[in-house]
Design a binder for this molecule. Structure first.
Ligand code: MGD
Ligand code: MGD
Ligand code: MO
Length: 668
């Protein structure tokens, strides 16, 4: 029998697409977009389509594996779970539960994926990772400025005169926003793209502003200075709804346009154009994740927030500082699901520095590692240190579907099911507020099991089975919590396939901010208490001539390691042949300086490591920039994170993935 079932994409992405899956005799035979989904409207990308191939791939791990004498051998679930539970108890009883590190990311957007935290909390609390490789610096900045990180509803850009896509590549990473921007453009909205790399998003721009990597904060300062010079700032907002603007104007008075043009490598003309767009309004800004992956990333986002605020683009339809949509994840009852109060003790490592911290941890040292929903050996910066640190841990458990670079070094691999083999609900706190229902559509292949099943079985063996003695439906209800009172319920979601969360269409419309002062904070006491700068500063990337001249002399090019169009991070490299070759895209001036032609093989290197790849010259990249795609597997040449630094951003919770100087040499 053939039937069509509505479900969801599970990938870590802005779009959280609705799927319609055709099933015949218990097999998925086709995936297409759910045309009834109000946001994604039947259009999905290649990554979504390939979830079927991932499910049925011959490469999939379908049985628990244990490494014995250097080789993986199939074992039973009982053996795997008994041995892992025994090891956990042994560590708890000798050095304490903090000797276990839970390293995870967001490889799957299901609500019940958060049960890993419930498991480790109920165990007594382990060493957990905090901060984010992805967007940590910007989130922290918006928490400081606004008190939270909210975005406008997807349709509101149709009311904007200008849409500024600042440091994002939406044509590749957020296709439904890209389509919405094209619609807005037809409606008369002018599109401005600010990026060091001219990409497919830039192609639809009315204005493209090419900026020196890591200098966007300075650019925002320049635009504010121009707005002030013209007397076009929104004095009502500044006086009535913000505090501390004097600090920003004082900083601006110390900066000349000559300096700003020299630092940003953006012309005065372009600065004037941006000032005009922002002060005329209504200007919708899509603040990207790219430009906060620098040492000065937190400061950059605070400067851009400040520009959007002082120009009067906050809390109005057609405006906005869209960075994240945290109101989505915050709608669920995470404490009920994860039971934080059950952890007696917790130690935190940052995601960026986890490897360094494993190597130096004492009292207790890390004796056991659990990796869930992530592939740190490919995705975490400073790969050499990550590999060394992870390998040094006595017992390593990886829950995954594939033999990733991280799974390769595991002692136990526990095979988990895919989105089609388990029931959950899916959301993304990035772009829109629709939650998708994902029913269990097919039986799990082989002996793959859901993460939830794995935690339940382990909890039983460890003596807290009662905390997991719930059905999937009960867990989902637990997470939905008080949303029921607002008309969002599981029954209705199952029937409809997707439902909107009750969130504001226009954040901060009432000008009541969630900061300590209740106002937009150009100056923040909270930041000061956290040991951070209280307001926007003059700040540079750490790997730049302004901070480290000798490093910049040795390694003159900035390496930006963006997200691959055809893969979600590392997840599709084994399936797509063209991805298996490393492509080094270089700006024209580098080609001239190093005498390189398209197709030449080069070595990209710095003090952390090196990578080999094939040159492609990009005519319109900002001078001295190189682009690589992240996610590459070791067997196909190695991850870009061989070259990146594991330092943390200025506000301690973000990565500095793109704050990375390299050199290139031609290979023969
Ligand atoms: N196809 C695909 N889509 C994805 C993902 C994927 O792996 N593949 N991943 C998903 C995830 S987890 C995320 S976080 C999002 C990320 O979505 P995006 O933020 O759109 O994607 P990135 O590749 O991180 O893009 C960073 C952008 O920042 C630019 N950039 C780098 N440095 C600077 C700078 O100094 N200034 C400015 N102005 N721009 C700069 C880069 O050129 C690039 O265009 O995408 C999601 N969608
Ligand atoms: N150089 C560089 N590095 C980067 C970035 C960059 O731009 N440049 N981007 C950063 C960003 S934005 C992000 S978000 C991170 C992403 O980092 P990761 O989340 O570690 O990246 P993925 O490759 O998506 O790995 C997710 C893993 O989870 C597995 N998985 C999928 N579904 C499930 C499931 O249901 N359960 C379990 N247990 N596992 C599952 C997948 O098979 C895959 O191996 O990478 C960061 N690293
Ligand atoms: Mo991300």
């Amino acid at each position: 029998m053939r039937e069509k079932v509505r479900t969801s994409c599970s990938l870590n992405c802005w779009d959280n697409c609705g799927f319609e899956v055709t099933v015949e005799n218990g097999q998925i035979i086709n995936i297409e977009g759910d045309s009834g989904h109000p946001i994604t409207k039947g259009k999905i990308c290649g990554r979504g389509l390939l979830l079927k191939d991932r499910t049925y791939s011959d490469e999939r791990i379908l049985y628990p594996l244990k490494k014995m004498n250097g080789e993986f051998k199939r074992i039973s679930w009982n053996q795997a779970l008994d041995e892992i539970a025994e090891k956990m108890n042994e560590i708890k009883n000798t050095i304490g539960p903090l000797g276990i590190l839970h390293s995870h990311d967001y490889g799957n957007g299901g609500l019940l994926k958060n049960l890993d935290k419930r498991f480790f909390n109920c165990f007594g609390g382990v060493t957990e990772v905090v901060g984010s490789l992805c967007w940590g610096a910007g989130i922290e900045s918006q928490l400081i400025d606004f008190g939270n990180a909210y975005s406008h509803g997807p349709d509101d850009v149709l009311n904007s005169h200008y849409a500024v896509i600042w440091g994002r590549n939406i044509s590749t990473t957020n296709m439904h926003l890209f389509n919405k921007i094209k619609e807005a453009k037809q409606n008369g909205t002018k599109v401005i793209v600010i990026n060091p790399l001219f990409n497919a998003t830039a192609k639809i721009a009315d204005y493209f502003v090419s900026v020196k990597p890591g200098m966007d904060g300075m650019l925002a300062l320049g635009v504010m200075k121009e707005i002030l010079n013209r007397g076009l700032e929104d004095r009502t907002f500044i006086n009535d709804h913000s505090i501390g603007f004097e600090n920003v104007s004082e900083l601006l008075s110390r900066l000349s346009f000559e300096d700003i043009v020299a630092y940003t490598e953006v012309s005065k003309n372009d600065i004037e154009l941006l000032a005009q767009a922002y002060s005329r309004g209504l200007t919708m800004t899509y603040i990207g994740l790219g430009m906060q992956r620098y040492k000065n990333g937190g400061n950059t986002i605070r400067a851009i927030d400040a520009l959007i605020a002082m120009s009067g683009n906050i809390g109005i339809s057609g405006g906005g500082a869209n960075y994240a949509k945290l109101e989505v994840g915050q709608s669920f009852d995470m404490p009920a699901l994860t039971l934080p109060e059950r952890a007696e003790n917790i130690r935190h490592f940052t995601r960026m520095e986890q490897a360094k911290q494993i190597l130096t941890a004492a009292e207790p040292p890390i004796k056991m590692l659990f990796v869930t929903r992530s592939n740190p050996l490919t995705q975490v910066p400073d790969h050499k240190t990550v590999k060394k640190a992870f390998q040094s841990v006595e017992t390593k458990v990886v829950i995954d579907q594939f033999m990733t670079d991280t799974a390769q070094i595991a002692d136990y691999i526990l095979p988990c099911s895919t989105v089609f083999e388990e029931e959950d609900i899916y959301y993304s706190s990035m772009y829109h507020h629709y939650v998708n229902y994902g029913p269990k559509i097919i039986d799990a292949l082989g002996e793959a099991r859901s993460d939830c099943w794995i935690w339940t079985e382990l909890a039983e063996r460890l003596g807290f089975g009662a905390d997991f003695d719930y059905t999937i439906e009960q867990f989902l209800e637990m997470g939905i919590g008080d949303l029921r009172k607002k008309g969002f319920n599981l029954e209705f979601l199952k029937k409809e396939g997707t439902l909107p969360l009750p969130v504001e269409e226009i954040p901060w419309a009432n000008r009541q901010f969630e900061t300590p002062s209740g106002k937009f904070e150009f100056v923040s006491e909270r930041a000061k208490t956290l040991g951070l700068a209280e307001s926007v500063q003059l700040a540079f990337p750490q790997e730049s001539k302004y901070v480290n001249k000798s490093l910049a002399d040795k390694f003159p090019y900035t390496l930006i390691t963006v997200h691959p169009q055809r893969s979600n991070h590392s997840q599709y490299y084994p399936f797509i042949e063209v991805l298996q070759e490393i492509k080094v895209e270089i700006s024209k001036d580098i080609a001239e300086e190093r005498d390189l032609k398209n197709g030449d093989m080069v070595n990209v290197f710095n003090e952390r490591g090196q990578l080999k790849g094939k040159v492609k010259i990009a005519e319109r990249f900002h001078p001295k920039t190189i682009k690589l795609e992240e996610g590459q597997w070791a067997q196909y040449g190695g991850t870009a994170n061989i070259l990146t630094s594991n330092d943390v951003s200025d506000n301690k919770l973000g990565s500095v993935l793109y704050d990375c100087l390299v050199n290139v040499e031609k290979l023969f």
